[in-house]
Structures are given as C-alpha cells and as structure tokens.
Ligand binder design. Structure first.
Ligand code: GUN
Length: 285
C-alpha cells in the first residue's frame, strides 16, 4: 500500500516556491502578497488561516492579514474594493464560511478575478469549465497535484467523486474529466440522492471522498487495488477523522491519503502555487 503523503509533498512544493519567489524578488523588487480575510471567531477557520499564514512565511510570500471580529456586508465589500486596488496585493482570500448574515457569494463576486487565488469567482469557475487558463480551487487542484507527484494517472480509468460541493466535489469532477495531464478519467459524481452508492463506488479505480461525514466510506465500498483520496476533515470526540475508514481500507487499496497529513497540506500548498501564479500575472513574468 502506498501512503500518499500530502505533508511531505506539500513541503517539497513550498520549497520549490520559496526558491522561485527569491529569484523573482531579485528581478521585480517585491514579493508576492496574499491578503487573508477572516471574519468572526470560528475555531476551525482560525486554524486554517493561521496555517495559511505560516505557509506564506515558509514560501517568502508576504501575508497581509485582515482579522475582523465582526463586519457588516458594506464594510466587507469596502475592504474587498480596497484590496482589489492595492497593487502590492496579488491574491485575496476570504475564509469561508462567513458569519451568518453576510452574503458570501456577493463578496466572492467582488474579488478581482485576477486576484481570486481560491478560484471561486464565477469568471474563474467558467474558465475552468471551458478548459481555459485561470485560477483553480485549491483543494481539487491540490488533489490532482498529489496524484501527479505519485505518478497515479486517472486517464482512461473510472473515477468516482462523492460530494458535489462548489469548493471540492463539483470542480474535482470537472478537472478529472477534462483532457490534459492527470485527467481524462470517466467520472461519476455522487451525492446524497445517489442510489446504490456502495455499488457505484465499488466500480471506482479512483475514489474521491468529499462528503464531510467521519468514516463514511467503508471497506465494502472500495474496489481491491483502488486509489482512494480522502478530502474529509471531521472533528470527532476521538480527534480528526477523514471521510474514509482508513484502517479498514488500508490493506485493500493500492494507495490512500491519511487524515491528517493528506489532502489538507496540499490545499495550502496549492494556495501558494496560485498566489505565485497571480504575482507572475501582475508583474508580467
Ligand atoms: N473554507 C473551507 N475550505 C476553504 C477554501 O478552500 N478556501 C476558503 N477561502 N475558505 C474555505
């Protein structure tokens, strides 16, 4: 069994970015800048934001924190406009979920698509669906990057994605089914209304779990020798748990990601990749 070590792979990617950023700073006289906007006190969001800021530091990217205890819709919209205008800000990330009462989609729609390092703006979603260059959401792009680094190519294989969120499942299904490197799969996108889910999953050569329910994927749902990617991060009384029952699956699969240390660190590494991409776009590198 191959353990898909996202933590080690993400560290490699961060080191590569660091080297490139140092070279670019010498040439262009500034570092990439990432504005991270956090509203409210959601503990999980606070951890994610701290990890993103640490990754920036590691990569030589300037992180520009905006932590607001509370914010009204207009205040937050004003901040986005300000960050859009600031030429030293290459990427803008608004940590989701926003507190109740704020219109997230309206906020995301205001972010300059050339600074949308999360790939959530409709322009970037549209570009991705057309196979055009743009920013891709960090979690699915990080998943594909992890597979690439382990030479696990889903081309011509059956891929099953469980979960149809806008952040993970939907874009991941799209990316896997497109033409290009580490793609070209035949994709089935499953969700809460899917019938005979276990049966569908058992067909998968590549199984991606993005449901948000601890240990949802059990051994009977997985084909012998499959590649399993667990996108879930669930807080339980026993600590963090993925969407897959890792212990039950590990002797049956060809490869699997652990939780923690699988997809999570890859998401953050991909944010650094996207921020570097935004910087290059802005300086014309
Ligand atoms: N909340 C959960 N995942 C994400 C993500 O990828 N980006 C942002 N901005 N918020 C999130």
């Amino acid at each position: 069994m191959i353990l898909l070590d996202g933590k080690a792979t993400a560290a490699e990617i961060r080191a590569e970015i660091r080297e490139e950023v140092d070279g670019l700073e010498a040439k262009y006289g500034r570092r990439p800048g990432l504005a991270v906007v956090l509203v409210g006190e959601d503990p999980a969001s606070q951890v994610y934001v701290r990890n993103k800021e640490r990754a920036c530091e590691d990569c030589g990217i300037r992180s520009i924190p905006h932590r607001l205890e509370t914010a009204g819709q207009l205040e937050l919209e004003g901040l986005i406009h300000e960050l859009n205008r600031d030429v030293t800000v290459d990427g803008i990330l608004v940590q989701l979920p926003l507190p109740e009462g704020l219109d997230s989609q309206k906020i995301l729609d205001l972010i300059d698509p050339d600074k949308d390092v999360d790939g959530f703006h409709p322009v970037n979603v549209g570009k991705m669906s057309l196979g055009l260059p743009g920013f891709k959401p960090c979690t699915p792009a990080g998943v594909i990057n992890l597979l690439k680094r382990y030479d696990l190519d889903p081309a011509c294989k059956k891929a099953v994605v469980i979960g149809r969120s806008n952040i993970v499942g939907k874009p991941l299904a799209m990316m896997l089914s497109q033409s290009g490197p580490c793609a070209n799969a035949t994709v089935t996108l499953c969700h809460s209304r899917t019938q005979n889910l276990a049966e569908v999953c058992r067909e998968a050569d590549f199984l991606f779990a993005a449901i948000g329910r601890p240990n949802f994927v059990t051994a009977d749902m997985v084909k012998e020798g499959a590649v399993v990617v667990d996108v879930g991060i669930n807080r339980t009384d026993e600590g963090l748990a993925g969407d897959c029952d890792f212990n039950a699956l590990k002797d049956k699969v060809h490869a699997i990601t652990p939780v923690p240390g699988g997809v999570g660190p890859m998401t953050i590494a991909q944010l650094m990749v996207n921020t570097l991409q935004a910087f290059k776009l802005h300086v014309g590198a």
